[in-house]
Design a protein around this ligand. Structure first.
Ligand SMILES: [Mg+2]
Length: 139
């Protein structure tokens, strides 16, 4: 795990081990550094340890779901130098997302297409770089 390399870090946060393994394998093969968290609280721990990059965040998780995790990221002021893509099993309107959608840059619906996962991750990674290079934070 290389925390200092800002260029290619991806964190997959999902309570389903099969999803974590699939995402790690696909994105590792595509040239990304991938770390996995099995819960929102582990995601927060990794951010506190200095993770920067793209976070693929499952919405449906026990204890802290994806929206709770975003709330905790904001409460801990850890939202700089990351970009969040939500992994969603279905498009269900969710009251919990109100006010938090602005912190989500994209959505990927499960089961995902491998190429779509790679392309969206690459695109959002370049967005993180541009934002860092311009020295601005999320609006
Ligand atoms: Mg889940």
């Amino acid at each position: 795990m290389e925390m200092s390399d800002k260029t290619n870090n991806v964190m997959i946060v999902d309570d389903d081990a099969h999803v974590r393994i699939a995402v790690r394998t696909i994105l590792y093969d595509a040239g990304f550094h991938v770390i996995a968290a099995d819960s929102g609280s582990q995601c927060i721990d990794l951010l506190k340890k200095g993770f920067t990059g793209v976070i693929l965040l499952d919405i449906m998780m026990p204890e802290m779901d994806g929206w709770d995790t975003i709330r905790a990221i904001l409460d801990n002021k850890l939202e700089e130098n990351i970009a969040i893509i939500m992994l969603t099993a279905k498009n269900v309107p969710d009251k919990k997302m109100i006010g938090l959608q602005e912190y989500v840059v994209d959505y990927i619906t499960k089961p995902f297409d491998n190429e779509d996962l790679i392309q969206k991750t690459s695109f959002i990674m370049s967005y993180v770089h541009d934002r860092n290079n311009m020295g601005i934070t999320a609006e």
